[in-house]
Design a protein around this ligand. Structure first.
Ligand code: AMP
Length: 282
């Protein structure tokens, strides 16, 4: 696997690949890779001839009181995992190369409406940071296709909207959430959980699945159902940020008659904020 750190080295590698007639698949990550990330790489390998993964902990998408400094950085293990899974290259830009003028003077990309609800409401500026860094990475890598996890459902919708609105010639693939046997969605932030919290964490998926079953049975008092699920989570030891049942496309509250909805959950376990979601076809 090739390791490139500078933008010029990246451009010459990608240029070479394209000259040789290869399609390029791209998987952006913040590192501390687990099987969820690796499933994106596998999907990329199935769809494109060359696969490049980026590892960049993006300061622009972290709020002031969030975990930027504490975010786990495990580069050696990450490189070994990417080599094993057959990625062709990893791109490791520095913060200075990514934001040469600093964060304050940076031109940004803002996707309206869906960036400001749910996680966007709880984490102001988060999706602006995501949309901006993904645009920059897309301009650097110029991939034919890019692969994102459904785990970050709102993020995926923000990226899809951005690509469509800005006419970016990149196919966006959503990849299903990889879970542990307990149902807990794999996440770099699971590493923050204490032993006791780890035992409670699977309740997030269990509660969400219970709500999904109720919806499939035809129950439609969406607000009440979501409140009951939030109560169940709080009783288990979470501090729930939100439980919402929304239209899959617009992320606006589901209404009776919607055929495709998604349950979105964000909840704290101690100081760790976990998110998960479950698409439900009604
Ligand atoms: P992150 O490193 O957390 O920014 O995630 C990088 C990419 O991996 C994003 O597209 C995430 O949605 C995706 N991802 C993270 N966790 C999972 C998971 N459990 N299953 C599938 N994709 C995931």
């Amino acid at each position: 696997m090739q390791v490139v750190s500078s933008i010029s080295a990246l451009r010459s590698l990608i240029g070479q690949w394209k000259n040789d007639g290869n399609s390029v698949g791209f998987v952006p990550t913040m590192g501390n890779l687990h099987d969820g990330h690796l499933s994106l790489v596998k999907q990329a390998k199935d769809n494109t001839q060359k696969v490049i993964v980026s590892i960049f902990v993006n300061p622009m998408q972290f709020g002031e009181n969030e975990d930027l400094d504490a975010y786990p950085r495990t580069l050696d293990q990450d490189k070994a995992k990417l080599t094993d899974v057959g990625a062709d290259a990893v791109f490791l830009p520095s913060v200075e190369d990514m934001y040469p003028g600093g964060l304050k003077q940076q031109t940004f990309v803002e996707v309206p409406d869906i960036s400001h609800v749910l996680c966007g409401a709880s984490r102001p500026g988060h999706f602006r940071g995501v949309a901006t860094v993904v645009t920059k990475l897309f301009n650097m890598v110029q991939p034919d296709a890019a692969f994102f996890g459904e785990k970050d459902f709102q993020q995926l919708q923000v990226i899809r909207t951005m690509v469509q609105d800005l006419s970016m010639p990149i196919a966006i693939h959503g990849v299903p959430t990889a879970r542990e046997d307990s149902g807990l969605a794999m996440s770099s932030r699971n590493g923050y959980l204490s032993k006791e919290e780890r035992l409670v964490a699977p309740e997030l998926f269990a509660a969400m699945s219970g709500l999904g079953e109720s919806l499939k049975k035809g129950e439609y008092l969406f607000t009440e159902l979501a409140q009951n699920t939030a109560r169940r989570l709080n009783e288990a030891g979470f501090v729930t940020d939100y439980v919402k049942i929304v239209n899959t496309k617009t992320l606006q509250p589901a209404v009776v008659g919607d055929k495709s909805v998604v349950i979105l959950v964000a909840a704290y376990l101690g100081t760790t904020r976990l998110i998960d979601n479950l698409p439900v076809v009604l």
